[in-house]
Design a protein around this ligand. Sequence first.
Ligand code: ZN
Length: 346
Amino acid sequence: MRALTIDAHGGLDRLRFRDDLPIPALASDADVRVRVHAAALNHLDLFVIDGVPGVRIAPGWILGSDCAGVVDAIGSAVTNVRVGDHVVLNPGVSDRTCEYCHSGDNPLCLKYSILGEHRPGVLADYVVVPAANAHTIPPTVSFSTAAAFPLATLTAWRMVVSRARVTSNDQVLIRGIGGGVALAALQIAKSIGARVWVTSGSDAKLDRARLLGADETINHATTDVAKEVRGRTGKRGVDVVIDCVGEATWASSLGSLGKRGRVVTCGGTSGPRLETDVRKLFWNQWTIMGSTMGSDTEFSAIVDELRVGRLCPPVDSEYPLEHGRRAFERLAAGEQFGKVVVTVAD
Ligand SMILES: [Zn+2]
C-alpha cells in the first residue's frame, strides 16, 4: 500500500512517499480496518517529524492523525460499524478501562496514544484502529470535510465547552485565527452565542474570520492586543482566552483578560515557556487551564454536529497523497486558513 512516512527525525526532507508497504491486518477481534479516502494535517505532524521527547518511532513510520474513509474489514466482536460504512476516526486511542477513562477523561488515560504519533498514522491507503474509534458519517458529508474535522474540533470542543464552559454571556478571545483549533473554537463559541474576538498577523485571515462570525478582529502584528481589548471594552477585558500559540502571545493574552477570567491552552506553537505574574493571577481570580484532545463522549458530540452540518471545518487546500510533501510545506509556512487536506483514494 501507499503511505507518507519518515525513517528518522529531522526536517521535511525526511518525508518519504512509499508504495511498497503491506496492508495492515486486524490486530484484535475489536478492530476495524478503514480504507482511507482523505486525511488532514495538524501541527502535531510537524512535531512528530521533528521528534517528540520520549516518543520513539520505527523506520517506515506512517504519519497523520486525521482521516475519513470507508470500513474495509471488521473483527468478529465489532457491532458499532459495518463493512462499507463511511466513517471518521477519533485520533485518540485509550484503553477505556483505567480510572481516567471510567470518569470520562480518556485523554488522561495511562495508555493514551494518538494515531500518527504513538501508533501508525492515517496518511496511507489503510489504517487499523479499535472499532470504538470509528464513528459513522452520512454519505452527504464529504471525506475531505470529515478528515479536516477530528483532532482540531475535538481539542477546541473540550477547551471551549468542557473546560472554559463558555456561555452566551462570555466574550472570548481566540489567538492566531487560521489554525485548525482556533477556527474550530471560533465556530463552537459562536454556536454557543458568545461574543468572539480573534487575532492574526494577517488582515486577509481576519477578514475571512469575520465571514465565519468573528465579532471583533485585531491584527497582532500592527496593534497592541491587550491595549486594544482594554480600549474596546472600557477597560473590562474578556472573560475567556483560547491560546495555543504560547510564548509569543501569553503576555498579551493575560493582559486582555478581565476579572474572573479563564485561559485555556492546548499547546504553544511559538514556544513552551510562559511567564505569569502571580499577583495578577490571584487579584483578578483568574483560572489557567490546560486541555488536550477530548473524551469519547466529546467525540460523539462533535460528530453529531458534523452530521447535521452545524460545525463544518474550512478546508484550505487539498493535495494528493503522492504530493504530500507539498501539503506539509503549506502547513509549515503557516499561511493556511483552515485545514490542509491530503486526498488518498478517489
Ligand atoms: Zn484508560
